[in-house]
Design a protein around this ligand. Structure first.
Ligand SMILES: Nc1ncnc2c1ncn2[C@@H]1O[C@H](COP(=O)(O)OP(=O)(O)OP(=O)(O)O)[C@@H](O)[C@H]1O
Ligand SMILES: [Mg+2]
Ligand SMILES: [Zn+2]
Length: 506
């Protein structure tokens, strides 16, 4: 036997695609070459594999060795092929039984000592392996992550020798099988909505946004509670489905930071600072990695002080906010990352902050105000379904002995109820309804059509804005358990489009 084939997987964006690691031993001068578009880290694999095999007490075949990573047109990076190359070499040279490699997939980086080091993206790898009906051998440190995938047979190994000792007999192998991961229900540890006094309108808008997954913009003078309100959003969001959790965790799994298991099933809430780099925000790099916008997949991306973000970043947001995906192109590479986000943003209406305030006069000229507001482009604003003004509140409400607001727990119960109605109807939140679904589920009466038409004329609403308004109206109706969209639901939804256009226009 001079040939062996080991199953492994490469990462393309957030997907783990099959790679066959073929190993051929031939006569001739001892040498090892790796073909099939390996990148630097993979080419260096031969040195690691050689040392690891020798240091594990095996023999390194002194033959002409060819390692082919197929398909050849797929770029391959990282040390994840070390382990499959090593076991393949041992099988081809008759040191382990090739039959033991069947029905299994392998990923893992080797240290010179033969120890197995963790790799990126074990979660998507495990999802793909289960789909292919294969069991999966991973570095011990990644075993917990891989076993989040229900029904996937996962084996964790510490070292090459450890693995080979266990591969020999089924009962031995069973000993390194990892148990299905049990992660306890996550605790909600964010600040409570009860701390926010007054601001009934804004609280209402926050609840509507949470219920239907709609984008939200809070505008107002400094110190009125915009950041405070937004930071309470995670505490009222509905739970994620298992499928959503897997998608979100997959993005984290391939990101620079890796997946934090304690965050499993928690709806992401990312609040990057406006000074973060473009790559950190939208993703990229020579080995494209997801940015904040993808790490927020199925959750919230909160951009505080919206106009301070670089225009280039805000413009890139337009694509994912519309279709839930972001494409990163770098020389020779293109990667798609999921980015189905709920965009939440806060801003002051002008550079001094007080334009439109009831007390403090604004010191900015109309031109300054226009320029400041136009840092947020029209197309981006058009995608923000709920736009709300947050004004200062009276002292009576702020008194330390004044009545507290409703708690996050109470609000979340209602949000979950409204969200369930949406799931039952279409299997998704209202924010994600397609045009065809809007037609089917947002039926209006003649009078309401006229109401929409006059709003369109008055505020120059785009077709997109009309569709988005209908989705918000659908959510407001769901919050009242109403199958029909009534006039007052539609009026409220329209009011969220009108606030900014009227109140803060210089
Ligand atoms: N409605 C409110 N109820 C209770 N406390 C409030 C309220 N609004 C503001 N505060 C207090 O003021 C602080 C500042 O509020 P916050 O940071 O949310 O203001 P902001 O609207 O984001 O201002 P800026 O425009 O300067 O960012 C809060 O941490 C809180 O202590
Ligand atoms: Mg703020
Ligand atoms: Zn001003």
């Amino acid at each position: 036997m001079n040939l062996s084939v080991v199953n492994s997987r490469a990462l393309v964006g957030v997907k783990a695609v099959p790679v066959a690691v073929e190993i051929h031993l031939a006569g001739g001068l001892p040498a090892l070459s790796i073909v099939g578009m390996p990148e630097t880290a993979v080419r260096e694999s031969k040195d690691r594999v050689r040392s690891a095999i020798l240091n594990s007490g095996f023999e390194f075949p002194s033959r002409r060795i060819t390692v082919n990573l197929a398909p050849a047109d797929l770029p391959k990076s990282g040390g994840r092929f070390d382990l499959p190359i090593a076991v393949g070499l041992l099988a081809a040279s008759g040191q382990i039984d090739p039959l033991q490699l069947e029905g299994k997939e392998f990923v893992g980086e080797l240290a010179l000592s033969g120890e197995v080091r963790p790799v990126d993206g074990t979660l998507p790898t495990a999802m793909a392996a289960r789909q292919a009906d294969c069991s999966l051998v991973v570095p011990a440190q990644n075993a917990l992550e891989a076993s989040l995938v229900e029904g996937c047979e996962v084996y964790g190994c510490d070292s090459l020798l450890h693995l080979c000792n266990h591969l020999a007999f089924p009962e031995e192998l069973a000993r390194i099988r990892s148990k299905p991961a049990i992660v306890s229900e996550i605790e909600n540890d964010c600040a409570d909505l009860a701390d926010v006094r007054g601001q009934h309108q804004a609280r209402r808008a926050l609840e509507v946004a949470a219920s239907g997954g709609h984008n939200l913009l809070l505008v107002g003078p400094p110190g009125t509670g915009k950041s405070m309100l937004a930071s309470r959003l995670p505490g009222i969001l509905p739970p994620m489905t298992l499928q959503e959790s897997l998608e979100t965790a997959s993005v984290a799994s391939i990101s620079r930071g890796g997946l934090d298991i304690t965050e499993w099933r928690r709806r992401p809430y990312r609040a990057p600072h406006h000074t973060s780099s473009g790559v950190a925000l939208v993703g990229g790099g020579s080995q494209p990695k997801p940015g904040e916008i993808s790490l927020a997949h199925n959750g919230v991306l909160f951009l505080d002080e919206l106009p301070e973000f670089p225009r280039s970043v805000l413009d890139v947001m337009r694509e994912p906010v519309e279709n839930g995906e972001i494409t990163i192109s770098r020389a020779g590479h293109q990667a798609d990352f999921p980015a189905r986000i709920q965009l939440v943003a806060a801003m002051n209406p002008c550079p001094c902050g007080y334009y439109g305030d009831q007390r403090e006069p604004c010191r900015c000229g109309p031109e300054m105000i226009t320029r400041y507001q136009s840092r947020v482009s029209g197309p981006l604003l058009d995608r923000v379904d709920i736009q709300i003004s947050v004004q200062r509140i009276e002292y009576a409400l702020l008194r330390t002995d004044a009545k507290k607001g409703e708690s996050s727990k109470q609000v979340r119960e209602r949000v979950i109820e409204a969200y369930q109605r949406q799931l039952q109807r279409t299997g998704k939140s209202n924010a994600q309804l397609s045009s065809e679904e809007i037609e089917r589920h947002c039926v209006l009466e003649e009078e309401q059509h006229q109401c929409l038409e006059s709003a369109l004329n008055k505020f120059n609403l785009s077709a997109r804005a009309i569709h988005r308004t209908l989705k918000v109206a659908r959510t407001i109706a769901d919050m009242e358990c109403s199958e029909r969209i009534a006039a007052h639901h539609l009026r409220e939804a329209l009011s969220y489009r009108a606030t900014l256009r009227e109140q803060y226009r210089p």
